[in-house]
Design a protein around this ligand. Structure first.
Ligand code: GTP
Ligand code: MG
Length: 138
């Protein structure tokens, strides 16, 4: 059974959308097996998003991720990585399919409410960035 890292981003935590977003995950058959609300520093956000270091929006992205608390969580289920990305919808909410989290809640391509790992190797690294093995209760 697969696991993926999800982050409910500052735009969503500020608008009190954690419960509504979690309901979307659970309705899709994903189980939240770990979850914590944390305030990232800009440096921690930069470390997490290091793969995007060369992209023009990197600085803006790191500022945004440190602008308010986030909820980091581990989702478990059959094909959890792909299923989570399906429930999230396209990066740009303007392109996101109706009913997806980003279509319903995201404000812009930058402030797009959720993050989800994109492959098994990145999922493993991203889960380990936020959680110890003892915190994953499947
Ligand atoms: P994540 O699940 O957050 O990784 O989203 P993604 O895989 O759909 O998008 P990608 O990995 O390409 O980009 C990572 C994040 O950078 C996005 O979720 C956005 O928050 C941000 N981002 C991407 N493109 C832009 C952009 O053009 N402008 C700004 N400001 N942010 C962007
Ligand atoms: Mg990505």
């Amino acid at each position: 059974i697969e696991r993926t890292l999800s982050i409910i981003k500052p735009d969503a935590t500020k608008r009190n959308l954690t419960g509504k977003i979690n309901a979307k995950f659970e309705d899709a058959g994903l189980r939240i097996i770990a979850q914590k609300r944390i305030q990232l520093t800009k440096d921690q956000a930069g470390e997490f998003y290091a793969v995007h270091k060369e992209r023009p929006f990197y600085d803006e992205l790191c500022e945004f991720m440190a602008s308010a608390p986030v909820v980091a969580q581990v989702l478990e289920g059959e094909g959890a990585i792909a299923k989570n990305r399906e429930v999230m919808g396209a990066t740009n909410p303007a392109d996101a399919e109706a009913g997806t989290i980003r279509a319903e809640f995201a404000e812009s391509v930058g402030e797009n409410s959720v993050h989800g790992s994109d492959a098994p190797d990145t999922a493993a690294d991203e889960i380990a960035y936020f959680f110890s093995g003892l915190e994953l209760v499947g």
